[in-house]
Write a protein that binds this ligand. Structure first.
Ligand code: FMN
Length: 211
């Protein structure tokens, strides 16, 4: 069956996209408002774009009532935020921070989450997160009145010690991060335990380049 996106309502395009482009990594974002109060919320329209320069992208929509999300308002105001990746142990707390709290609510307190200082930026990181990326926005592209693309540089990364295999070689034991991903609505997730390995075959005796 072919779905013609030009003929579909946005909410139906959303259903098709989020039920198929899976699993999506979850950026559990901590940002600060003008008064320095922390805000936390998860975003799964998220991925890394490239490593040189180290760059991520995020898709942030509006709240159902049309209000701009606090995360986006904070990023527009000061550009700094931490992307915390979500482990199985943190999944429930992450979900609590997605509730549409009033602006200025500290979702971290609501979810009982502790923070630790970041190294290069003001917003704190989530202490229990196995990976935290300290980010600085490069550009916010307004795709429509309701949807916005944030492009940001990664200034540095915290990785939990237990998941570091060899620091000199920058080898991470990814399985030990026990990350979760977002699947289809409403509320489906996936663990990242079912892994398999495949090497790219050599073609004509040449070693393929890594991507
Ligand atoms: C796992 C998960 C992923 C989400 N991904 C997105 C997303 O990519 N973009 C978005 O606009 N909202 C997303 N949301 C909804 C926001 O987290 C939610 O609207 C939140 O209240 C925004 O908070 P804020 O106003 O404090 O920024 C997601 C929610 C969950 C539970």
């Amino acid at each position: 069956m072919f779905f013609d996106f030009e003929a579909l309502q946005a909410r139906n395009r959303y259903k098709l996209l989020t039920a198929t482009i899976t699993p999506r990594p979850i950026a559990w974002i901590v940002s600060l408002n003008d008064e320095g109060a922390p805000n936390a919320a998860p975003f799964s329209f998220f991925n890394v774009v490239c490593a040189d320069p180290a760059t991520i992208c995020l898709g942030i929509g509006s709240h159902a009532d049309g209000r701009e999300k606090d995360t986006l308002a904070n990023i527009r105001a000061n550009g700094e935020f931490v992307v915390n990746l979500v482990s199985e142990a943190d999944a429930e707390a992450m979900n609590i921070t997605a509730a549409p709290f009033a602006p200025g609510t500290n979702e971290l307190l609501e979810a009982g989450v502790s923070t630790a200082p970041a190294s290069r930026i003001k917003p704190p990181r989530i202490a229990s997160s196995p990976v935290s990326l300290e980010c600085k926005a490069v550009e916010v592209v307004d795709l429509s009145e309701k949807n916005h693309l944030v492009i940001a540089s990664i200034l540095g990364m915290h990785v939990a010690d237990h998941a570091i295999k060899n620091p000199e070689r920058y080898w991470i034991d990814t399985a030990k991060l026990e990350l979760v991903g977002r699947m289809e609505s409403p509320g489906w997730y996936v663990r990242t335990r079912d892994r398999f390995m495949m090497k790219v075959p050599e073609a004509g005796g040449q070693t393929p380049g890594g991507v």
